[in-house]
Design a protein around this ligand. Structure first.
Ligand code: SF4
Length: 480
């Protein structure tokens, strides 16, 4: 038995070196035992037998290399041997990675998906607390990722909070950013993290403000925000009360007049263009809406993923007869991970209620799944996606359309019109018409709810809103 001692649980370089030597020496997977040597120096591993003299160099498919980068982070003792088994089999099965039904390939992909999801949750649920030391203000967060994604996810936080000194402490490793350099130390204990600070009031206020009672689905909420993360989330304490008040708040929201969007200050990252991609999406068609929701988190079809918190997938019943397509997630949608939950979403909810269209029976999505914005001071200001970004993201919208197969698709605003109809579709000219689409669905075009929020004149606003409600009624009748 050949024993390989790796320097750490995420020692990909050490695994690669050892696997290369094992394969060159002809050591089969069942004769290799992989362990992690806790005494080895952190993040600097080497291992395996010496390379066999005269062994021919070999290459592996790029998809294997990319898969290995994810799989190695999966929290299981099996991952090193699984990867080595795949590497070994690639010698005689060069197309192995394309056989998705193969149990080893399938398991590796399952591991990779779980790791990608854990990285996504970490990006969404890390909450910093303010501390001070001899150098002044700093921020510390405690987090327990489902898999070992701390090092892989740290560059995201460095980009996003470039001007803050921060540390993220986890049981596996700790990441530190001093506004210039990212560094890592060994895992920490929850007791090392501060318990609470004034920022928590900010989070609680913010969460209460974006909580949309009309869209409350407790099981879906708990799936998105699993209870294991609650103890680190200052806003989690609000959830029981917000759920209890949801019904009364929904009635109140429907009764109220539309409000101006909140002028909220958000800390956001400077635009950075050089961040390395941390995943990829294959060209094959997604088989389900769930797969699309996962896949857009690693989509790199255009550059918009770089500055966004997360991709925001569509939501709604799988066989909805009416589909709404907006332009892109806004600031609040980007943070919450759900479409139309901010001021525009509340406007849409109000108009839908007035038009007698149950939102729960419709599918709501966007032409572009990542938030395009620019920083002005500390604020993230919406930017309209360009034609190439809309076309890049149309891949996802087209698959949503094929999976949901709605009778009617409502394009909200010009960008959505471009995506749905494939060409500019002026709203004033085409509203209140059912336009035949090549896939036999009917297309309807109307205003984007955020346009209604921006109309400055009260009379014009009321008129535009009335037309919007009429268009929603028209589309619902067409879909009946
Ligand atoms: S905006 Fe669309 S195409 Fe661009 S990265 Fe996001 S999901 Fe991919």
């Amino acid at each position: 038995m050949e024993v390989v001692r790796l320097a750490s649980e995420t020692d990909l370089a050490g695994w690669r070196n050892a696997a290369r030597n094992l394969r060159a020496a002809g050591v089969p997977p069942e004769a290799a035992l992989w362990t992690v040597d806790g005494d080895a120096s952190l993040f600097a591993g080497e291992g395996g037998p010496a390379p066999a003299a005269g062994a021919a160099p070999f290459t592996v498919p790029r998809e294997f290399v990319e898969l290995a980068q994810q799989v190695i982070l999966y929290r299981s003792d099996e991952r090193f041997s699984l990867l080595y088994r795949l590497l070994w089999r690639l010698q005689v099965e060069p197309n192995l990675m394309k056989i998705t039904t193969d149990p080893d390939v399938d398991k590796a992909r399952l591991f990779a998906r779980a790791v990608s999801k854990a990285a996504h949750k970490m990006k969404a649920f890390v909450r910093f607390r303010e501390v001070s030391d001899e150098d002044g203000e700093a921020f510390v967060a405690w987090f327990e990722p489902a898999h070992r994604v701390t090092e892989a996810t740290a560059p995201f936080f460095a980009k996003r909070f470039a001007n803050m000194r921060w540390s993220i402490l986890t049981p596996d490793a700790c990441a530190h950013w001093d506004t210039h350099t990212l560094s890592f130390t060994r895992g920490a204990d929850p007791a090392d993290a501060p318990i609470s600070d004034a920022l928590e009031d900010y989070w609680r206020t913010y969460y209460a403000s974006i909580f949309n009672p009309a869209r409350l689905k407790v099981s879906a909420m708990q799936k998105e925000m699993p209870k294991r993360y609650w103890r680190n989330l200052p806003e989690a304490g609000l959830i029981p009360e917000l759920i209890a008040q949801a019904e009364a708040r929904t009635s109140e929201m429907v009764r109220q007049a539309p409000s101006e969007p909140e002028r909220r200050i958000v800390k956001a990252e400077p635009r950075a263009r050089a961040a390395a991609a941390d995943g990829r999406i294959e060209g094959r068609a997604p088989a389900s809406l769930e797969e699309i929701a996962e896949a857009i988190q690693v989509c790199r079809r255009c550059d918009l993923w770089r500055d966004a918190t997360q991709g925001v997938p569509g939501e709604g019943p799988k066989q909805a007869r009416l589909m709404f397509v907006g332009e892109q997630p806004g600031d609040q949608e980007d943070l919450a991970g759900h479409p139309f939950v901010g001021p525009a979403g509340q406007m849409l909810d109000k108009a839908l209620a007035e038009a007698g269209v149950p939102r729960a029976e419709t599918y709501v999505t966007n032409a572009v799944k990542h938030f395009k914005h620019e920083l002005r001071g500390k604020r993230r200001i919406h930017q309209t996606p360009n034609t190439s970004e809309v076309s890049a993201c149309r891949w996802w919208l087209d698959h949503e359309r094929q999976l949901v197969r709605p009778r009617v698709i409502v394009a909200l605003g010009a960008s959505a019109g471009l995506s749905v109809f494939g060409k500019p579709t002026p709203i004033a000219k085409f509203r209140q018409q059912g336009l035949q689409l090549p896939d036999q669905t009917q297309g309807v075009v109307t205003y984007h709810p955020s346009y209604l929020l921006r109309v400055p004149d009260a009379d014009a606003k009321a008129k535009a809103y009335a037309m919007f409600v009429e268009d929603l009624k028209f589309a619902w009748k067409l879909a009946a």
